[in-house]
Design a binder for this molecule. Structure first.
Ligand SMILES: [Fe+2]
Length: 173
């Protein structure tokens, strides 16, 4: 039976491989967002495997800043474009709800001390929410948007997303 460390290493490799396969069918902002999912997933799994409050204290603020600025960038730039297209507008609705859940869970964890006995369970819930959310985006929302919007709009949205994310990062970190 694989030990815990091996299991986490294989989860991380799995996330990287999945993200790589997904990226091949996507371009512009959708490829970039999928790559960011792979990076934050590796951090989430790294923190999930430890109960050391020092590792949590070092990495959780990075995870929080990354998840919040990523979501705010998407909400400001990407999903408003979904709302303009009949084929995509339902995804924008679903996305808003899921982003709200993610944000609420991040605030729940932020209110706990890093050595609180509840920290691991609350963090595991965040990992599950983030994983469900990124899978939905990568398997459903992004491929549909890539098809409907095409490579040119996908490329044009990338610098706009990066600016919105950078603006959001100032307020969330
Ligand atoms: Fe999102």
């Amino acid at each position: 039976m694989p030990n815990r460390m091996e299991k986490v290493a294989s989860d991380v490799m799995g996330a990287v491989k999945t993200a790589k396969a997904k990226i091949e069918g996507l371009s512009g902002v959708f490829q970039h967002l999928t790559r960011e999912h792979g990076e934050v997933t590796a951090l989430l799994l790294r923190v999930k495997m430890t109960s050391d409050p020092r590792v949590r204290a070092e990495l959780f603020p990075k995870i929080r800043a990354e998840l919040l600025s990523h979501e705010k960038g998407e909400l400001a730039v990407v999903y408003p474009v979904f709302r303009e297209r009949i084929e995509l507008m339902d995804f924008a609705q679903d996305h808003d709800r899921e982003a709200g859940l993610l944000e609420a869970q991040i605030h729940v964890i932020s209110a706990l001390a890093y050595d609180d006995a509840r920290w691991a369970d609350r963090f595991a819930e965040l990992v599950d929410l983030a994983s469900k959310h990124t899978k939905e985006e990568e398997n459903k929302y992004f491929p549909a948007a890539q098809r409907v919007l095409g490579p040119q709009v996908s490329a044009e949205l990338l610098p706009l997303y990066e600016q919105a994310k950078a603006r959001a990062a100032v307020t969330v970190s």
